[in-house]
Design a protein around this ligand. Structure first.
Ligand code: DQA
Length: 149
């Protein structure tokens, strides 16, 4: 059975391409999704790629991942810095979690330096743009390989 990776994107990431391109780059979320699907396919991973501007919807997707996904890659956007609810959902499902940010949050406003998500994260990648998502997929694939050998 092909392992399925749930890739979740939080608020305003649907605006990538036009949103503060000096910080987030010119790629759209659809470009990132396509790159993740191709890279995931090469690694033998099924990619379920989603975006929501609503905290509750993200919580529900995380809850539903229990039993259907093998790992979660999440860029929670601004909810990273505010959401105990998303943290609790990630802790509850007990899956490997890779936290990704396009920008280097430690070079930015002080309120972006704290992530609630990190407490549930197996690994954190930030500042590498869309490459961060692909590196997170690599990390998931490698962990699955190790678990199966
Ligand atoms: C972000 C960083 C967050 O601080 C911000 O609110 C975002 C995007 C990133 O990918 O760099 O929406 O998660």
């Amino acid at each position: 059975m092909t392992a399925s990776v749930l890739i979740l994107n939080g608020p305003n990431l649907n605006l990538l391409g036009t949103r503060e391109p000096d910080i987030y780059g010119a790629e759209t979320l659809a470009d990132i999704e396509a790159a993740c699907r191709t890279h995931g396919g090469n690694l033998g991973l099924d990619v379920d790629f989603r975006q929501s501007n609503t905290e509750g919807e993200i919580v529900e997707w995380i809850q539903a991942a229990r039993g259907s996904a093998t790992a979660i890659i999440i860029n929670a956007g601004a909810y990273t810095h505010t959401s105990v609810a998303i943290l609790d959902a990630l802790l509850a499902v007990d899956l490997p979690v890779m936290e990704v940010h396009l920008s280097n949050i430690y070079q930015r406003d002080e309120f972006r330096h704290h992530s609630y998500i990190s407490k549930a994260a197996t690994g954190v990648i930030c500042g590498l743009g869309s490459q961060g998502y692909l590196l997170a997929l690599d990390a998931v694939a490698q962990r699955l390989d190790q678990a199966n050998n």
